[in-house]
Design a protein around this ligand. Structure first.
Ligand code: GLV
Ligand code: MN
Ligand code: MN
Length: 418
């Protein structure tokens, strides 16, 4: 390609977005439909227009920026990611995929090369579950697995539904039914993302080609024991909800360690002891469970074993528990033809690569349900992400953009199905 990726553009856009931040004292926080998030959307749209892209937004706030191809009847090629963050995050998780996508489209446009299909760089609404407790809101809607009705039953901490928030922001909800894409409507999709692990840093290779994306299953477990006096109740007589929850946590950790999957994790990230007094035996504990796996079968097996183990622990300790399933997603195997094209383009660009499994989920998990999809990873310093310490060198983002641009261009000139 005549135009090379320009690191200064990437830096300018990353830093441009970083200004929209509700916690400038510690990291970057940009939560869906808050003031900084809404302002950032306007900034990104205006920068997209600035490089000559046509910008549209759908009824859940997904942003689509199009570089028109020479054969408008053909299905487009997509790239893109998200621009919302977890609390006290860095400036790369999500944003990297949007700015590198924008730079790739600028390169293709300014190189004046023919590309038959439209190429689009998209921003998917709220990949992070920060506000509404559910991840990938925009890409879920695109995949047709979150309906307008569902948005009425998803609430933020102030009990406001996603539906009400969309109404308040004047999204045209009559058009919500136009959001889901059918198989064939998108030719192919490639998302660039920071790795959020240190495998690339350790191997010294600049590019990760993602083979599989783990999908989360999330539960809220409520353990009920008997609340009582910490001094008055003998050790033999108590039914301590926290002790039971701890045994459940260790049991789950052991299951995850022994799981035969190529890659899996299990995490308890939230635990609330009720009533929470130093001299009170907890009568109730509410904790979260996050299980990830790149293989549906091993994940289902692990969940079955988890509940069997929880039943046994509860019975033995004289407590009860209930489980609420918040989410149960399906892992994705990336499209082998795109993966092969990525391998070829890494070789052409003289960039070594590792083939990786993603433990974190991404919008591609849902985009891949209706389009052939794959991902490019670029190195994360020390593997740190979801932290103000998150960092990726701009030169690494430039490398990723070179591979992304070449791949988008190749895909956009393919006429036969992949
Ligand atoms: C996304 O941020 C995840 O938790 O995997
Ligand atoms: Mn994230
Ligand atoms: Mn992300």
């Amino acid at each position: 390609m005549r135009e090379k990726a320009n690191q200064d553009n990437i830096k300018k856009w990353i830093e441009g977005m970083a200004r929209f931040n509700s916690t400038p004292e510690y990291g970057t926080t940009r939560i869906l439909f808050t003031k900084p998030e809404l302002e950032n959307r306007e900034y990104v749209k205006s920068e997209m227009r600035g490089i000559g892209l046509e910008v549209e937004e759908d009824a859940i706030g997904n942003i689509f920026a199009r570089l028109a191809g020479t054969k408008p009847g053909l299905a487009p090629v997509w790239t893109g990611s998200h621009i919302d963050t977890v609390p006290n995050a860095g400036n790369f998780d999500g944003m990297a995929g949007v700015v590198c996508g924008m730079e790739a489209l600028r390169m293709i446009k300014e190189s004046n090369l023919e590309h038959k299909r439209d190429i689009m760089v998209n921003v998917y609404t709220s990949e992070e579950p920060t506000r509404f407790g559910l991840s990938c809101l925009g890409s879920r809607a695109l995949a047709g697995v979150m309906s307008l009705e569902d948005t009425k039953h998803i609430f933020d901490k102030s009990e406001r539904s996603l539906y009400d928030k969309l109404v308040e922001l004047h999204y045209d909800l009559d058009k919500f039914k136009e959001i889901p894409k059918k198989m064939g409507e998108v030719f192919a999709a490639v998302e660039l993302h920071i790795e959020q692990n240190n495998r690339l840093e350790k191997s010294g290779r600049p590019i990760g080609i993602v083979k599989k994306i783990c999908a989360p299953s999330n539960f809220i477990i409520t353990v009920t024991g008997v609340q009582s006096h910490a001094g008055g109740t003998s050790m033999e007589e108590r039914h301590d909800a926290f002790a039971a929850a701890c045994e459940m946590a260790l049991f789950l950790e052991n299951l995850a360690l022994k799981c035969p999957s190529e890659y899996n994790t299990a995490t308890i990230g939230v635990a609330n002891l009720i009533p929470g007094g130093v001299n009170v035996i907890p009568g109730k504990v509410v904790f979260s469970v996050d299980i990830r796996d790149c293989n549906k079968d091993t994940k289902e097996r692990l969940m079955k074993d988890m509940f069997a183990g929880f039943d046994e622990i509860a019975e033995r300790r004289g407590v009860t528990y209930t489980s609420q399933e918040d989410n149960n997603d399906i892992p994705l195997t990336c499209n082998e033809k795109i993966v092969e094209l990525l391998r070829t383009n890494c070789k052409e660009e003289n960039l070594e690569y590792d083939e990786l499994i993603s433990g974190p989920y991404h919008d591609t998990l849902f985009i891949g349900r209706f389009a052939p999809a794959a991902m490019i990873f670029v190195p994360s310093r020390k593997g740190i992400s979801h932290s103000p310490e998150e960092w990726t060198e701009y030169s690494q983002l430039k490398n990723g953009t070179e591979v992304l641009a070449k791949t988008l261009l190749d895909l956009s000139n393919m006429e036969e199905n992949i």
